[in-house]
Design a protein around this ligand. Structure first.
Ligand code: GAP
Length: 518
């Protein structure tokens, strides 16, 4: 997530997260997991519309990455094959990958409120002078931020804060002495926040009947390692040759210290990852190509506006495996809760030969596991460019981008999904439930349904049916009225403009197919 320093330009995203969350709940996009029992922090369920939206996103990724022709930087087709590896793997995998030793977040406990925070998510507000009181809050939490500012002003008996004296600092940068005079979020006493301790994010489980250290296993924290450990199997069982990629969509689990911002930071989420294996000397060219293609892809599926950015990492931000690489960049989206900053949707990293070498070493076969390049007649560990995206963050970005308040319509809002992403492509309605209109509408509905996700609705007034479809983000509403029944036509209402046009009934399947893509 982007930094804590207040930016000079004012927020540009007027959408309110609580409105988006409310619509998601009301219309069945996203629910709290096990809501009837009060939910469980960091876990979410997708309702009927949300499931379709997320599936459309994953299908678009799979089609565009694995199935369709993709032309690479040298003008030839890029070779990518699919994989579906298991969630629980031999625990040695996670020793080799570095997750057992190093997949940690710095964690801070509040002794008073018993809350737990990620140290790098906390910021501290207060005067710079020695002995001054300091107030910690979770970055981007507007309520906590306002409370901290209010408490500080009250303590110093002032109406407003003084930007020259009252500064914001990242919690990990303050000293132990400063921590002792800091109020934690929601704490009544000072000095209740502990020193940051490292906390491993992997969920543990046991395999088999006996629960001891020999049966210890982990839920995978990324899908990538299933790809690396299968690299040799894929090479042996298919005709792939470097350069080629292996793609996988699947669940990943991280015991996040502070899950928050709706589905953005969850404990169970889905990743869409590609490990693309290349000759080391081509890393620069492939890295740039993947970075640019992935950015264009997110734009193509509906994040075309100024809320999407591509951010190249600074050298000191790079992960251990990427230090010597061609680079790392993030594709970031300005969510209402990160605005004016951005949150990561996808990372593109040159992982060098870190993972293949690590697995070759840990499984005991070492250099024997090097890839044999027939064309060049040489052995080496391929380098890897990894575009790693989150399906839940992608879905959340699509929801935030689509949410469009419009007081001129009954629903007060419509969801501006691209037709390819829209959960429902068209609604089919008889204007009234008589005079043969329902029969014509139902025939058209059945015809469209052979190829597209469409809905038939004959309940309530036509205005209410349009409103329901606007909230679902359905691009077209097709209504059979009396004129249409007489002339073999229907009205097609366009979601965003609400403009209507009359289209011949036998042309409608092609009309829809031309506009929704696939
Ligand atoms: N194999 C590399 C890897 O896992 P990452 O940046 O940790 O890299 C990749 O994760 C993507 O997975 C992120 O860009 C994000 O979209 C998604 N992701 C990571 N942690 C997440 C979480 N706690 N909740 C939701 N999505 C998450």
């Amino acid at each position: 997530m982007s930094e804590v320093t207040p930016a000079s330009n004012p927020p540009v995203a007027p959408k309110k997260m609580e409105d988006i969350v409310a619509l998601c709940r009301r219309r069945g996009f996203i629910f709290q997991s096990s809501e009837i029992y009060g939910g469980i922090n960091g876990f979410w369920d997708y309702g009927p519309l949300g499931t379709s939206l997320k599936r459309n996103l994953k299908n678009a990724w799979w089609n565009d990455v694995v199935e369709r022709e993709l032309i690479g930087p040298d003008g030839t087709a890029v070779d990518i094959v699919g994989l579906d590896s298991s969630i629980i793997m031999n625990p040695k995998t996670w020793v080799a990958s570095g997750h057992v030793g190093g997949f940690n977040d710095p964690m801070v406990d509040c002794k008073e409120s018993k809350s737990r925070y990620r140290a790098d998510h906390l910021v501290v507000l207060g005067a710079v002078e020695a002995g001054a009181r300091l107030y910690a809050y979770i970055e981007n939490d507007d309520e906590q931020k306002a409370q901290a500012a209010k408490s500080l002003a009250k303590y110093e008996k002032r109406d407003t804060l003084d930007p020259a004296r009252h500064v914001l600092r990242a919690f990990p940068t303050i000293t132990a002495e400063e921590r002792a005079r800091t109020f934690g979020p929601n704490a009544k006493e000072v000095g209740t926040l502990t020193e940051a301790r490292q906390f491993n994010l992997m969920f543990e489980t046991n395999c088999g009947a006996i629960r001891d250290e020999n049966s210890l296993a982990y839920l995978r924290p990324e899908t990538a390692q299933g790809i690396f450990t299968n690299f040799w199997n894929v090479c042996d069982s298919t005709r792939v040759r470097v350069p080629f990629g292996i793609a996988q969509i699947g669940k990943a689990f991280r015991n996040e210290v502070t899950p928050r911002n709706f589905t953005f930071r969850s404990r169970e989420f889905e990743q869409m990852e590609i490990e693309f294996f290349i000759r080391p000397e081509t890393a620069d060219e492939w890295y740039k190509w993947w970075r640019d293609w992935r950015f264009a892809w997110w734009q193509k599926i509906g994040l075309a506006g100024e809320n999407l950015i591509l951010r190249e990492h600074d050298r000191d931000e790079l992960a251990h495996y990427a230090k010597v690489g061609a680079g790392t960049s993030d594709i970031e989206y300005r969510f209402p809760f990160t605005s004016p900053g951005y949150g990561e949707l996808e990372g593109i990293a040159h992982r060098a030969d870190f993972d293949l070498k690590a697995h070759a070493t840990h499984c005991g076969k070492g250099e024997k596991m090097r890839y044999f390049d027939q064309e060049k007649n040489e052995r080496y560990f391929p380098h890897v460019i990894e575009p790693s995206a989150g399906a839940d963050r992608g879905t959340l970005a699509l929801l935030c981008e689509a949410y469009t308040a419009d007081s001129s319509r009954a629903s007060g809002v419509y969801m501006d999904f691209s037709p390819r992403m829209a959960p429902v492509k068209a609604g089919v309605f008889p204007l009234v439930n008589k005079d043969g209109l329902p029969e014509i509408a139902e025939r058209l509905f059945k015809d469209l349904r052979k190829k597209h996700a469409v809905e038939f609705d004959e309940k309530q007034s036509i205005g209410k049916r349009y409103a329901r479809m606007d909230e679902a983000g359905t691009p077209f509403c097709i209504t059979i009225d009396h004129d249409g029944a007489a002339s073999g036509t229907a009205t097609v209402r366009h979601r965003n403009t609400q403009a209507q046009e009359r289209v011949a009934l036998d042309q409608i399947p092609q009309f829809v197919a031309d506009r929704v893509g696939d």
